[in-house]
Design a protein around this ligand. Structure first.
Ligand SMILES: CC(C)(COP(=O)(O)OP(=O)(O)OC[C@H]1O[C@@H](n2cnc3c(N)ncnc32)[C@H](O)[C@@H]1OP(=O)(O)O)[C@@H](O)C(=O)NCCC(=O)NCCS
Length: 165
């Protein structure tokens, strides 16, 4: 089934599922959740998302922005990194349409998993890395940019506070 998954809009998403997801699962580095359909008894992966524990750095992020991300507790605005949960991957197969499964539903499902995990383990902030064309999509789903500039990774970093889930 994994071999048939394709995601031309972001081949990193496809490569992650095909080449890394299972290894990361075994190594405890992330958890991947699949949307599997079985029309005509022919199972296929319609979409997936992966979540992971993370620590995010704040290069060049202003003190006031850090206070907004991490909360106003004294000393928070001096931190140069902070733990949280990463929505590491999220993508729909090219063989499926928005009517089958849309991005908003996938984010809601990812946040459901994250909320449950953080209820037992703690955690305050959800992060994700994205390319410029998807900033608006994530903003519509309640995420905000950590800073307006790209991170050294070449992605924009976005966040959402857990209390907003
Ligand atoms: C992200 C995703 C799940 C959102 O699904 P959705 O809510 O059903 O919305 P759509 O697929 O219609 O995407 C919304 C818009 O973003 C665009 N878009 C989506 N992924 C894109 C990408 N990787 N690069 C550039 N544009 C992208 C779509 O073409 C669409 O543009 P339009 O409104 O002009 O038609 C889905 O688009 C997807 O699987 N994208 C490919 C994988 C991906 O980019 N994952 C995110 C990595 S940060």
């Amino acid at each position: 089934m994994i071999e048939e998954f394709s995601c031309a809009k972001d081949t990193d998403v496809e490569t992650f599922l095909k080449e890394q997801a299972i290894r990361y699962e075994r190594d405890g580095l992330s958890r991947t959740y699949l949307y599997i359909t079985s029309e005509n008894d022919d199972p296929a992966i319609a979409a997936f998302f992966s979540v992971a524990i993370t620590s995010t750095e704040f290069p060049g992020v202003t003190k006031s922005r850090k206070a907004k991300i991490l909360g106003g507790k004294p000393g928070r605005d001096t931190k140069d990194h902070f733990g949280g949960i990463l929505v590491a991957q999220l993508g729909r197969s090219d063989a499926f349409a928005q009517g089958d499964i849309n991005g908003h539903e996938m984010i809601e499902d990812a946040e459901y998993v994250i909320e449950r995990g953080c209820y037992y383990l703690g955690g305050k902030v959800v992060y994700l890395d994205c390319r410029e064309p998807l900033i608006g999509f994530y903003e519509q789903n309640g995420y905000a940019l950590v800073k307006p500039e790209l991170y050294p990774s070449g992605y924009f970093k976005m966040f959402k506070s857990l209390h907003k889930l």
